[in-house]
Design a protein around this ligand. Structure first.
Ligand code: XMP
Length: 515
């Protein structure tokens, strides 16, 4: 296992994903973690992340002594390398030119980290890398040699082979560094001696054993939404404890076409999981009646969900555990958010606070996994591909895709329009090319001609975006012919719609959802 110390780089999670892709388990800890946590984790190697700080400023983060005392290989990336150099007696200074973006470095010497890797032609020792730094190492500490250089920096990478300390001025974790994954693999496999043991089978077996050890012979309840995370949790728990798992699936009337039936078919019929389906559409729609403020709608949907779920769970007298699909980025972010960095732009629907209220113990089997790992184990657990690769769907569902006050007939129209859009996207091979796509119901009416008559009906907006992290997004350039087919099918097949428009707004400033 590898320890990643986070000095505040935006890329820290990427480092962890690269290490996991190399089949090696790793965890991220803040750079000021105490020495006991480090020795308790017993890493075979440590990676120090980058940081927006400068080692020459006062009070900037330092490498904990426990890392340097651990006698394991250390790889410092960007700030991590500068901190390593500065703390071991070298010199770091502001570079004359900041370097940001692509760069070419020449490798020198025969370090096991970089030797024989090349993006150049035959016999050339050059790497295409991604740089993002203002400071640079001016003088190496004793014992270190340069293992790569650029015209701008004599020490683009350094190594002390005796102590197995390495520093990279560039970022191997970003895909722009073409040999980045191989460099990380060389560090974790070759230099640290870690095996490729973090496989789907090992992850699943570990989680099943943990669940059994934690839960013993007690019972567990899970709010199943049909999304990837709660679905994978359901299957894992079912395998671990069988009938001592009860899932509660709340149909709030704001789901996509046939969604409730599909969830029941997959889990109850096919996998034999015990699922209670609660048809609570009337309750949700009643609570939402006449409410048009987006944040209030979200709140009502969230609170109604909690009430309905609690009522169901209260009937399950023997339940002691509440399972949730929390994943590793949530855990890291809520740890980081203690400093107050997290900003709430939209109050996201979740069941936070439920376990305390319900006096249940919390079970989070996915809390150490990244989303791509959840997907991979979901597939190897036999969940359908279409469920695993489904676009994200917000907790408040169609409630935030019907602008203004929600009405049942609007939800029915939207469900049909959305299903047509998704069906055509899949048929044209575009579903997997975009990150998220959906229809939005606009409660305004526009004039049209349908057959011989004049129509005065509602408007559907189509939204499709491409994004990596959902924090920023581009609208997808779907072919006109595809948009045309979707539009004419919606207008012909869905009563109550006479106009279809396509949303061409990027995020920022527009959000992905319309509310
Ligand atoms: P926005 O609209 O903020 O969306 O650009 C970013 C991503 O988050 C999803 N989203 C939500 N998910 N509850 C959720 O569980 C919510 O209230 C919510 N609002 C937005 C959205 O679908 C997109 O993937």
């Amino acid at each position: 296992r590898i320890l990643i110390l986070d000095f505040g780089s935006q890329y820290t999670q990427l480092i962890a994903r690269r290490v996991r892709e190399a089949g090696v388990y790793c965890e991220i800890m803040p750079c000021d973690v105490d020495g006991e946590a480090i020795s308790g984790f017993a890493p075979r190697g440590v990676i120090l992340s980058g940081s927006p700080e400068s080692v020459n400023e006062r009070d900037t983060p330092r490498i904990p002594d426990a890392v340097l005392a651990a006698n394991v290989p250390v790889l410092g990336i960007c700030y991590g390398m500068q901190a390593l150099a500065a703390q071991l007696g070298g010199q770091v200074a502001a570079a004359a030119h900041r370097e940001y973006g692509y760069a070419r470095v020449r490798t020198v010497g025969h370090s096991p980290l970089l030797a024989d890797l090349s993006d150049g032609g035959e016999g050339e020792a050059v790497l295409d890398v991604w740089m993002s730094h203002g400071d640079r190492v001016e003088a190496c500490p004793t014992g270190f040699l340069a293992i790569a250089e650029t015209d701008n920096a004599p020490y683009a990478a350094i190594a002390d082979e005796a102590r197995r300390y390495y520093g990279l001025q560039f970022h191997p974790e970003v895909t722009h560094t073409r040999q980045g994954q191989r460099i990380i693999e060389r560090f974790v496999h070759g230099i640290c001696g870690c095996q490729r043991a973090w496989t789907e089978r090992a992850i699943i077996d570990g989680i099943l054993a943990d669940i059994r050890a934690q839960v013993g012979d007690e019972e567990v309840v899970l709010a199943l939404s049909g999304g990837v995370d709660s679905s994978v949790v359901a299957v894992l728990l079912h395998q671990a404890i069988g009938d001592r798992l009860t899932c509660v699936f709340v149909d709030n009337g704001l789901l996509r076409l046939h969604e409730g039936d599909q969830v029941m078919a997959t889990f109850a019929d096919h996998l034999g999981v015990r699922v209670i389906r609660v048809n609570a559409a009337a309750r949700f729609l009643g609570a939402l009646k006449g409410v048009d403020d987006p944040e209030r709608k979200r709140k009502i949907i969230g609170e109604t969900f909690i009430t309905v779920f609690e009522e169901e769970a209260a009937r399950l007298a023997r339940v002691r555990w509440l399972a949730q699909g929390t994943i590793y980025p949530d855990v890291i972010e809520s740890a980081g958010a203690k400093g107050g960095k997290a900003r709430v732009i939209k109050s996201h629907h979740n069941v936070g606070g439920l376990p305390e209220r319900m006096k249940l113990k919390l079970l989070e089997p996915l809390r150490l996994l990244f989303k791509d790992e959840v997907r991979r184990i979901g597939l190897s657990l036999g969940l359908p591909e279409a469920m695993i690769h489904r676009h994200p769907f917000p907790g408040p569902g169609l409630g935030v895709r019907i602008l203004g006050a929600v009405e049942e007939r609007y939800a029915d129209i939207l469900r049909q329009a959305d299903a047509i859009f998704i069906e055509e996207l899949r048929r044209a091979g575009y579903y997997d090319k975009v990150s998220q796509a959906f229809a939005v119901f606009l409660p305004v009416r526009s004039v049209g001609v349908v057959g011989d008559g004049r129509a005065y009906e509602h408007v559907i907006a189509l939204r499709a975006v491409e994004t990596v992290d959902f924090m920023t997004a581009n609208w997808a350039e779907l072919p006109y012919a595809l948009l045309g087919r979707v539009s004419s099918r919606i207008i012909n097949e869905v009563r109550g719609v006479s106009r279809v428009v396509y949303d061409v707004s990027g995020k920022p400033p527009a959000t992905i959802e319309w509310e």
